[in-house]
Design a protein around this ligand. Structure first.
Ligand SMILES: [Ca+2]
Ligand SMILES: [Ca+2]
Ligand SMILES: [Ca+2]
Length: 245
């Protein structure tokens, strides 16, 4: 490949990233917490700590997610995920305040049934799980939470019923990972059956090439170029419990 082609490809992929990105001071997707809400604009602080003023107009499509029995509005501390063009909001997801603290499962939660997890997440025990409840117990994600929750909340009531809850779990990474034994993961993805996973086989296990170099390096503790069952077990646990090693 000559230099010009490489340069062109870089530019194309850079534009692609910029058009889809949710990071940086000018990203078209804005994941943030509201600082001030006004009728025609909001001031937000993004995860990267950029302060942005976003314009609301008649064309802005507002999706209120997880409001259950509270008033649908945009207020300070509420969370947003917005698609913007020149800082004008085209689509915005708004959720009640969930703060910034991440949640990870306990070893007990990893073994719980759906019903047990439902009871654990239903903090006020009213028989349904609000967005705030699920964000404090099962999964906290300013980026993915609003979309996962609204897709799971089929009847759009603002809370998850017992019937709706499993769909949310199915989109929760730690839960999915905890439902399959590492031995079975190895068996399923070890295509050449040498009892080790190569980088390609790990891609198959993770279902994505995203960050694969980092994950593989982290997993291959003895730097053998393959990962064995003990290393797979550790990697899966690091995903489930959110640890780096
Ligand atoms: Ca509840
Ligand atoms: Ca519902
Ligand atoms: Ca193998």
């Amino acid at each position: 490949m000559n230099i010009l082609t490489t340069l062109l490809l870089c530019l194309v992929s850079f534009n692609f990233l910029a058009a889809n990105g949710s990071k940086g001071p000018n990203s078209p997707m804005v994941i943030a917490i509201v600082e001030e809400a006004h009728s025609d604009h909001i001031i937000v602080v993004t995860r990267g700590k950029f302060k942005r003023k976003l314009i609301l107009n008649e064309a802005s499509k507002i999706n209120y997610v997880g409001f259950d029995d509270t008033k649908k509005e945009i207020k300070a501390e509420f969370c947003i995920r917005a698609q913007v063009k020149n800082e004008v909001i085209s689509t915005i997801y708004v959720t009640p305040a969930i703060g910034t603290e991440l949640v990870f499962p306990t070893p007990e939660m990893v073994k719980m049934s759906n019903q047990e997890l439902f009871d654990l997440a239903d903090l006020n025990q009213n028989g349904r799980i609000s967005y705030v409840e699920i964000s404090k117990t099962i999964k906290h994600s300013l980026k993915h939470g609003p979309v996962t929750f609204s897709k799971s909340d089929v009847d759009n009531s603002g809370a998850l019923s017992q019937e709706e809850f499993p769909a949310f779990l199915a989109k929760t990474k730690w839960w999915k990972m905890s439902r399959v034994m590492p031995e079975d993961q190895l068996k399923t993805h070890d295509k050449d059956q040498n009892n080790l996973l190569s980088k390609e086989e790990l891609v198959s296990l993770l279902g994505s090439e995203a960050h694969i170099e980092i994950f593989f390096k982290r997993a291959d503790k003895n730097k053998s170029g393959d990962i064995d069952l003990a290393e797979i077990t550790q990697l899966i646990e690091s995903f489930i419990f959110g640890k780096k090693n």
